[in-house]
Design a protein around this ligand. Structure first.
Ligand SMILES: Cc1ncc(COP(=O)(O)O)c(C=O)c1O
Length: 283
């Protein structure tokens, strides 16, 4: 609907696999722009635009990015919006993790922009099985999306929508969010502290401000794809960096998640990971 085969979509590198699969299914070509702790590198995007890159869309996960954990700064978002106005591309802000702040309140909503659409979801704050999300965007786009969705599946289950609506407006919802945030902080710290204590200089990562993921680089391992097989034998899983790559070599990287484990399990998981790293060590 928005993308035609052969169109270019700019994504971060590393990037969320599900989005890249959706863009591939639409026949789009991906351009990966490196991401750091403050979001995608806009100097690199600007250089690519100056060199002739003409994306139809820039796709971003603005808060606690899957997999890098990075959050886009408001100054970079403003600069991106200016580029979108100038070059006429759509900015898609896929934002399912925004409420999962470990260190503060929910970030403020970004200002509306005629070339931006903001995707939200109940998956990470209520239940992934509800399959209810919503989007905020310009009228021309929301009308077109409504028609496309009608022709694809008529509509999302009205029962699920009613449950989501009532839950989001319920008296208990703010307390539930506070519990989620406190668990996010506790589990993030348990995982990051255990990584620091157990793997020390072998691992480098930036402690994310929330979300579900730690993106890390390991030194002295042949590749995290190979490491994964050894780690699975020891009862711990992660996603190797190659799953999130567009063109760069991310074979020394891995994504770790604290989402479904408790703190004891996270500490145990890190010691299993460390044993797998030691056995395959090149040193
Ligand atoms: C960045 C991002 N977008 C979308 C999704 C999927 O969200 P939903 O379950 O609401 O479809 C995920 C889930 O992992 C995600 O990480």
């Amino acid at each position: 609907m928005v993308l035609d085969p052969g169109d270019t979509v700019v994504v971060a590198e590393p990037e969320y696999l599900g989005a890249m699969q959706a863009f591939h299914n639409a026949g789009a070509e991906l351009t990966g722009i490196p991401i750091d702790h403050g979001g995608i590198d806009l100097d690199q995007l600007e250089n690519a635009l100056a060199a002739g890159l003409r994306p139809k869309m820039v796709y971003l996960v603005p808060h606690f990015h899957n997999p890098s954990g990075s959050t886009l700064s408001s100054s970079r978002l403003e600069r991106l919006f200016a580029l979108a106005s100038h070059h006429g591309f759509l900015v898609v802000l896929d934002d399912p993790y925004r409420e999962l702040t470990a260190d503060g309140e929910t970030p403020v909503e970004p200002d509306a922009h005629p070339m931006a659409v903001h995707l939200r979801s109940t998956s990470k704050i209520l239940a992934p099985g509800l399959r209810v999300g919503w989007l905020i965007g310009p009228r021309w786009l929301t009308i077109a999306i409504e028609r496309a969705k009608q022709s694809a599946d008529l509509h999302t289950s009205t029962a699920s929508q009613a449950i989501a609506r009532r839950a989001l407006a319920a008296d208990w919802f703010p307390t539930h969010l506070a519990t989620l945030r406190s668990a996010t902080r506790t589990k993030r710290d348990a995982l990051c502290d255990a990584l620091d204590a157990t793997l020390g200089e072998r691992i480098s990562f930036t402690r994310p401000g929330g979300g579900m993921f730690v993106w890390a680089t390991l030194s002295g391992v042949e590749s995290t794809d190979v490491l994964l097989t050894r780690a699975l034998d020891r009862g711990v899983a992660f996603v190797p960096g190659s799953a999130f790559a567009v063109t760069h070599d991310l074979s020394s990287c891995l994504r770790l998640s604290w989402a479904t484990a408790n703190t004891d399990e996270l500490i145990d998981a890190v010691s299993r990971l460390a044993r797998s790293v030691e056995i395959g060590s090149k040193r």
